[in-house]
Design a binder for this molecule. Structure first.
Ligand code: PEP
Ligand code: MG
Length: 373
C-alpha cells in the first residue's frame, strides 16, 4: 500500500488512516519515536510521531567515524582526548541540527552516548594477527600497538554490565560535555534560522542520583558557556533513563535532579531477571515458554508482575518527589500493544517506538484509554 513512502489512494488504507486519526482524539498517551537520523525522524513524523523519545547517539559513531572513536580510546592523556573530542564535536553538531530540524516544534530526547564498549573496540584477535603480520613501519604500526594495549586494558567479561552509559561519561571527562555542547549549539543554530528546537538531554544507565548530579552539573556549566559565547538563551531539559532496579527504587531522589524519566525497559528487563539481552533468547526461552514460566519473551511484552512493578514504583515515587516530572518509555515495549495498556494504566505521559510502530501505538493507546474508562 505504499508508493515510496506515501500512502496511495487505497480505500482500505484510507479507512485505516481515518481510524488512527480518530484514535488520536481519544488517547491520553503521547506517541514518540526512537530515531537517530533525520530521515527516520521525518518518516516517523509522517506516521504521526509527536517527537523523539530516544535518539541513540552511539549509532552516530559507527562507520567512517570509528577511526575518531579509536583515536579517543588510544589517547594517552587528557590532551589527546581533548584533540579527539574536538574532531567529533562539529560532526555531532551537524547530526543534531538535522534531527532537531526534522522534528521542529516537537521534543527530541537525545541520549548521551551509551555504547557497550565491545561494539566499538576492534576484535582483540584480529588486531593481534594484523599486528603480527604488519610489515609497515612507523606511525600505523605504532597506532595499532597502542590500540591493542587499549583494547587489552578495556576488555570486559560482561560489557553490558561494564563501562557503559553514565559510567563512561564520568570516566572520560569531556565526552558528555562535547555532546552537550553540540546539542546546545545545534539548538541555538535552529533558533537563529527561525526554528523551534526542543532538545532534551538524557543521561543513560544511572543507578545513583550522584551520577546524575555530576553529569547535570557539567551540562549546566557547558550551557552557561555556550549561552555566554553566543549571547543567546537556549531552552533545554535534562533527564535520565530509568533502566536499573536501583534507579527505580531510588526514583524519589533521582526525580529531584531530573526533569524527565524515560524507562529503558530493555535493560530493566535484563537487570531485573538477570537475563543477558544478547544471549538468553536463543539459549532457553523456548524451553521456558514450553514449561509455562512465561508465555512470551519478557523482552517483547513487558513482564507486568516483575519489571512492571519497578516501573510503577519509580513513576509513583518520582512524581511524588517532583510533580512536574515527565514520564515516558523508550524500550522496545513502547511499541508493544499489550505493554502500552500497562503504561497507560501507570500514568506515563508517552511511549516511544520505532517509526513503523507509531500508527499501531496510536491506536493501542486509544484502546487502552477506552478500555480503562
Ligand atoms: C533500554 O534499555 O530499554 C533502552 C531503550 O536502551 P538501549 O536499548 O539502547 O540499551
Ligand atoms: Mg538501555
Amino acid at each position: 500500500h505504499f508508493e515510496g513512502e506515501e500512502v496511495v489512494g487505497d480505500p482500505l488504507v484510507d479507512a485505516v488512516a481515518r481510524i488512527v486519526a480518530h484514535a488520536d482524539s481519544t488517547r491520553r498517551l503521547m506517541v514518540r519515536t526512537n530515531a537517530d537520523t533525520a530521515d527516520d525522524a521525518a518518516r516517523a513524523r509522517r506516521f504521526g510521531a509527536q517527537g523523539i523519545g530516544l535518539c541513540r547517539t552511539e549509532h552516530m559513531f559507527l562507520g567512517d567515524r570509528r577511526q575518531l572513536v579509536e583515536d579517543l580510546i588510544v589517547a594517552e592523556d587528557a590532551a589527546g582526548q581533548t584533540e579527539a573530542l574536538a574532531a567529533l564535536g562539529p560532526l555531532q553538531r551537524g547530526d543534531f541540527e538535522e534531527i532537531l530540524t526534522a522534528m521542529d516544534g516537537l521534543p527530541v530526547t537525545i541520549r548521551l552516548i551509551d555504547p557497550p564498549l565491545h561494539e566499538f573496540l576492534p576484535d582483540i584477535t584480529d588486531l593481534s594477527v594484523s599486528l603480527a603480520l604488519a610489515d609497515t613501519k612507523g606511525h600505523r604500526k605504532k597506532h595499532e600497538r597502542k590500540l591493542l594495549d587499549a583494547v587489552q586494558r578495556l576488555h570486559e567479561q560482561n560489557p553490558m554490565l561494564g563501562l557503559r552509559g553514565v559510567r563512561l561519561g564520568i570516566v572520560i571527562p569531556g565526552l558528555f560535555e562535547m555532546q552537550a555542547r553540540a546539542i546546545l549549539e545545534a539548538a541555538a543554530a535552529c533558533v537563529r534560522r527561525g526554528g523551534d528546537p526542543r532538545p532534551e538531554i538524557m543521561v543513560p544507565l544511572v543507578g545513583s542520583v550522584r551520577e546524575l548530579d555530576l553529569i547535570r552539573g557539567r551540562i549546566e556549566q557547558v550551557a552557561d558557556e555556550v549561552q555566554a559565547d553566543l549571547g543567546q538563551e537556549i531552552d533545554y531539559k535534562v533527564g535520565t533513563m530509568i533502566e536499573l532496579p536501583r534507579a527505580a527504587l531510588t526514583a524519589d531522589e533521582i526525580a529531584r535532579s531530573a526533569q524527565f524519566f524515560s524507562f529503558g525497559t530493555n535493560d530493566l528487563t535484563q537487570m531485573t531477571w538477570g537475563f543477558s539481552r544478547d544471549d538468553v533468547e536463543a539459549a532457553f526461552f523456548s524451553t521456558y515458554i514450553e514449561h509455562g514460566v512465561f508465555g512470551i519473551s519478557p523482552f517483547e511484552t513487558l513482564d507486568v508482575e516483575g519489571v512492571g512493578q519497578l516501573v510503577r514504583t519509580a513513576a509513583e515515587r518520582g512524581r511524588a518527589a517532583n510533580p512536574d516530572l515527565h514520564l515516558g518509555v523508550c524500550g522496545e515495549h513502547g511499541g508493544d500493544p499489550h505493554s502500552i495498556h500497562f503504561f497507560d494504566e501507570v500514568g506515563l505521559d508517552y511511549v516511544s517506538c520505532s517509526p513503523f510502530r507509531v500508527p499501531i501505538a496510536r491506536l493501542e493507546a486509544a484502546r487502552a484509554h477506552l478500555m480503562k474508562g
